[in-house]
Design a protein around this ligand. Structure first.
Ligand code: THG
Length: 263
């Protein structure tokens, strides 16, 4: 499981304040805590911060790069912010994200190829998030076709079938798993699959429990990566355990300790 730590996001008050007051130490501590907890990469999103999005994003990236060589997942829908950010990144970079509209893919995919970045593509287009499995599979096929057309390797492409909160969209968790299953079957080689896991439990009461169980279910369906709360220890343990049970990690009695000490 490729764990992308979600916490450097202006959606969190502490991060928004740190960005607005240029408190580099607060961001760097968040980066280091997530990496120590087992994150493989760090999502970076300016969220609803005051000031220019490009300036805030470049400042955040620089703060993170000063303390780690870990991959940075640049989280913005805006092409101009994305382009400035990927050109400023020295760490390995994941572009997060493009939508599945052909016109968007025709800008984001060539940028990923030119700069050697990995790319997350959402199954969202001008009509919004698909309601069912079929809509996601159709958009997934568009994404794969465009990636091949522009020469992006499937190992560098992550499809995000977009999970919504279960309390307002109860059919979606199963539809997302169905889409991962089908898209894995119809593409050879298959791209990778990623989710913004915490969306599933937003504004729900049993947040941690919902996210944890859903992550294990999605790993069973073939999920390769998640933007998730690496600081939630039980969530990390669920991910490692699911991988042991799918023989993606070797079993030993102390598999959690072994996994964490290999980081
Ligand atoms: N797919 C991709 N990228 C994404 C998402 C996705 N990036 C953003 C988001 N979705 C994933 N990251 C988060 C980060 C935080 C929360 C949810 C998803 C979250 N935040 C608290 C909340 O809203 O309740 C903030 C609480 C606070 O203010 O402290 O839940 O789907 N590719």
């Amino acid at each position: 499981m490729f764990v992308i730590g979600e916490r450097i996001n202006g959606m969190f008050t502490e991060v928004r304040k740190a960005v607005e007051s240029r408190d580099k130490g607060a961001i760097q501590r968040l980066a280091q805590r997530q990496l120590a907890a087992g994150a493989d990469a760090l999502d970076v999103n300016v969220g609803p911060t005051r000031g220019k999005a490009v300036d805030n994003m470049l400042w955040l990236i620089e703060a993170v790069q000063e303390v780690t060589h870990a991959p940075i997942c640049v989280d913005t829908p805006k092409f101009d912010v994305m382009e400035a950010a990927v050109r400023a990144c020295r760490n390995p970079t994941i572009m997060n994200s493009t939508k599945a509209s052909p016109a968007e893919l025709d800008r984001f995919v060539p940028l990923a190829v030119e700069t050697g970045c990995r790319l997350i593509a959402l199954t969202i287009d001008e009509t919004g998030v698909p309601r069912d499995v079929d809509g996601r599979v159709t958009m997934g096929a568009t994404i794969v076709t465009k990636a091949m057309e522009h020469g992006l390797a499937m190992t560098d492409l992550f499809i995000d079938p977009v999970i919504l909160p279960v309390n307002v969209a109860p059919k979606q968790p199963a539809a997302v798993m169905g889409a991962i299953n089908q898209l894995k079957l119809i593409s050879d080689p298959a791209p990778m699959f990623v989710l913004g896991l915490s969306n599933v439990s937003q504004n729900c009461k049993e947040r941690s429990l919902l996210s944890r169980i859903y992550l294990a279910m999605c790993i069973g369906a073939g999920l390769n990566a998640a933007i998730m709360d690496a600081l939630d220890e039980e969530l990390m343990q669920a991910a490692i355990t699911a991988e042991v049970l799918l023989e993606k990690q070797l079993y030993c009695d102390d598999y959690i300790a072994a996994y964490m000490s290999s980081r």
